[in-house]
Write a protein that binds this ligand. Structure first.
Ligand code: ZN
Ligand code: ZN
Length: 137
């Protein structure tokens, strides 16, 4: 996924693209499955000696919650900020590579079914989102 430096106007280039995970060599992992194409949206700016891309990448993923271990399918979005060093000889930048690397970092972090996931009971192992556990501390 290349962007030509000359295509970036001084006001910035607004990106709004759909890419297949395979297009940027992003594959399913033990920890997650990618169910949809990825929507990439944001602003790419040329600030002289570097190009800065502030992007939001959205997709539909199946993953295991890091707290309650339930398998969930969810729309996820990640904010990425990418920097590319350029000089007067740079014609284009390959943002696909950086999106892949950043996404892998984000995706391998704690996936949660919900920010408020209560996780598993440390005593009986029950899923505390599903029922009130009767164990006492
Ligand atoms: Zn959970
Ligand atoms: Zn319990």
């Amino acid at each position: 996924m290349f962007i030509k430096i000359n295509d970036i106007p001084s006001s910035g280039l607004f990106l709004n693209r759909t890419i297949n995970a395979g297009d940027i060599d992003l594959a399913d992992d033990q920890e997650y499955q990618i169910n949809s194409a990825l929507a990439v949206e944001g602003l790419v700016e040329n600030v002289g000696d570097e190009v800065i891309a502030n992007l939001i990448v959205k997709g539909n993923f199946t993953f295991t919650c890091g707290r309650c271990l339930e398998t969930v399918q969810q729309e996820r979005q990640e904010k990425l900020q990418l920097f590319f060093d350029i000089d007067k000889n740079t014609d284009s930048i390959n943002i696909g590579d950086d999106i892949r690397q950043e996404l892998i970092l984000c995706l391998s972090k704690f996936f949660l079914c919900d920010d408020g996931c209560k996780g598993l009971c440390g005593h009986c192992g029950g899923n505390m989102n599903k029922k009130e556990c009767t164990c006492k501390d």
